[in-house]
Design a protein around this ligand. Structure first.
Ligand code: ADP
Ligand code: MG
Length: 264
């Protein structure tokens, strides 16, 4: 018994030193089980290694989800693909596999306010993370402020390097807030920095024809669009607002229940 205790203590120490915390937690119970089920040494070790890997993978995904800033409730499970044009639904089926980030391809989602652009790209972002990628989500206006602050502190290069660690940067609502020249410049710097090096996912209410409002100068606008579009998938969500439809649906249900209440 004493010898057993000694072994347990040593083993526990080694596994800790090797950062194999899942193995450390489960090896003893699993050993008991293995004896009962007459598992081979290899089968026992396989089960332990599998548990360690699975746990690590899940922890990594959880950490990346937290770090991504993505809203948790905007998933593909909560998104009704039947509400979007058939072409978009088809594109999403491919995009959710995530291969587009291997080719540094961009996704550009256009459509009216409420058409589901943000939800859809966030959902694809979550899918990417679940497949082991890293994604960073930011509202365009906030991201631009962060970039400007970094520039003022001579840290812009550092911030771009930090962002380059992400397979995809999701910039939500580009062009929604009017930007001044300095803001537009840092935004352009980010897009240029990621060109052919990392994916960008963008949502916008503004069609390209109105992007001069964002980048002010026609040459800069053309250069930005050119870089974004070069390797990209464009999702056209030209559909009525989901919010509006949901609100109207609710209203008509209410009036229905009011009128049916009136009939009672
Ligand atoms: P946009 O970014 O185009 O303005 P959002 O993605 O913010 O639109 O969508 C508006 C609201 O409607 C959000 O609460 C979103 O979750 C919901 N929504 C939009 N489209 C769908 C859809 N196809 N299925 C489920 N919810 C949707
Ligand atoms: Mg949006």
């Amino acid at each position: 018994m004493d010898k057993d205790n000694h072994i347990q203590e040593l083993l526990s120490g080694y596994l800790k030193e090797l950062f194999l915390s899942t193995m450390r937690k489960s090896y003893a119970d699993l050993a008991q089980q293995a004896r009962q089920d007459s598992l081979s040494y290899e089968e026992y070790l396989l089960e332990l290694a599998e548990r360690e890997c699975l746990n690590r993978r899940n922890n990594r995904i959880e950490r990346n989800l937290r770090e991504s800033n993505l809203p948790r409730d905007k998933t593909l499970e909560t998104f009704d693909l039947k509400k979007v044009p058939g072409k978009v639904a088809q594109q999403v089926r491919l995009l959710r596999e995530g291969a587009f980030v291997d080719h540094q391809e961009n996704i550009l989602a256009f459509g009216n306010p409420g058409s589901g652009k943000t939800h859809l790209l966030c959902a694809i972002g979550q899918e990417l993370i679940r497949k082991g990628r890293k994604v960073y989500f930011a509202a365009c206006s906030l991201l631009v402020q962060d970039l400007l602050k970094a520039k003022e502190q001579l840290q812009l290069k550092r911030m771009l390097k930090k962002l380059s660690k992400y397979d995809a940067v999701l910039i939500d609502d580009i062009g929604y807030v009017q930007q001044d020249r300095a803001e537009m410049e840092v935004l352009f710097t980010l897009l240029a920095d990621r060109y052919e090096r990392g994916s960008v996912m963008i949502t916008s209410n503004l069609p390209f024809s109105k992007w001069e409002r964002i980048f002010k100068d026609p040459m800069v606008t053309a250069a930005a669009i050119d870089r974004l579009v070069h390797h990209s998938v464009i999702l056209e969500l030209n559909i009525p607002s989901y919010r509006m439809a949901a609100a109207q649906g609710k209203k008509s249900k209410e009036t229905q229940s009011v009128s049916s209440a009136g009939q009672l």
